[in-house]
Write a protein of this length. Structure first.
Length: 244
């Protein structure tokens, strides 16, 4: 593995970056009133279409692999045709957990990919600036993710009682896409599965190997849709962005 770490920390940004994108897009109806959030209308298209359009427009992204449920394979493939999202190369069925699904997608990317960007299907408003900055930074250091400073004070709880107040200046909210050197993310996800590690994002898998992940500038508009309130916020942000 020493050769891998050496390549990660001693390479400069290549002239032409080739980044493959893996999009976990299983969707969920548990907190959306029984509706599949990825297929809900947002402006002129379903949520997932906005996500894929953003990736499709990024000059550094050369292909997209969508990982989803079996019942969504045909609908998502049809959306890609209907909305001319040309960089989607495969739509595949994921595994029993998010980590299984992401690794399945990582295994399907082209062998000549220099980087792999993992981006939530439910983050439809990611900007080109966020995409470009995190991809170029990952090309330099091997692992990067966008983040934003926290606006709220964060408390550590003991049941219903506050145990302590965390230092907000040392914290950030991490977003996607999270971008990695291919061998690194494959090794990290594989080990996490072998050790039955519970992960909430892909950076966590890399951190478990003792590798630092660089945080680039994220955007407060790059929210993840989880609840009906998030849909309302996304719709308002989309309209605001179109007006400006």
């Amino acid at each position: 593995m020493s050769g891998l770490w050496s390549r990660i920390f001693h390479k400069s940004t290549p002239a032409g970056v080739r980044c493959s994108a893996v999009v976990p897009a299983a969707g969920s109806a548990s907190r959306m009133g029984g509706q599949d959030k990825l297929m809900l209308p947002l402006g002129d298209a379903p949520v997932l279409v906005h996500t894929l359009r953003a990736l499709d427009c990024c000059a550094y992204i050369t292909e997209i692999v969508v990982v989803t449920r079996g019942d969504l394979i045909v609908p998502i493939s049809q959306l890609c045709r209907d909305y001319a999202i040309n960089k989607v190369r495969k739509v595949i069925v994921g595994g029993k957990t998010r980590t299984h699904s992401v690794l399945a997608g990582v295994d399907e990317v082209s062998g000549d990919a220099q980087l792999i960007a993992i981006h939530d299907g439910a983050r439809p408003l990611v900007s080109q600036q966020v995409l470009e900055e995190v991809i170029l930074r990952a090309a330099q250091c091997g692992a990067a993710a966008p983040g934003v400073p926290l606006k709220d004070t964060v408390k550590r709880m003991n049941g219903e009682v506050v145990a302590s107040t965390l230092e907000r200046d040392a914290l950030c909210a991490v977003q996607t896409p999270q971008v990695f050197e291919p061998s690194l993310i494959k090794a990290a996800l594989t080990r996490a599965l072998e050790e039955n590690a519970a992960l909430t994002d892909d950076c966590s898998a890399v951190e478990r190997l003792g590798i630092g992940v660089v945080i680039t500038r994220g955007s407060y508009a790059n929210i993840k849709i989880t609840t009906p309130e998030d849909m309302a916020v996304c719709q308002a942000l989309l309209e605001w962005r179109e007006e400006h």
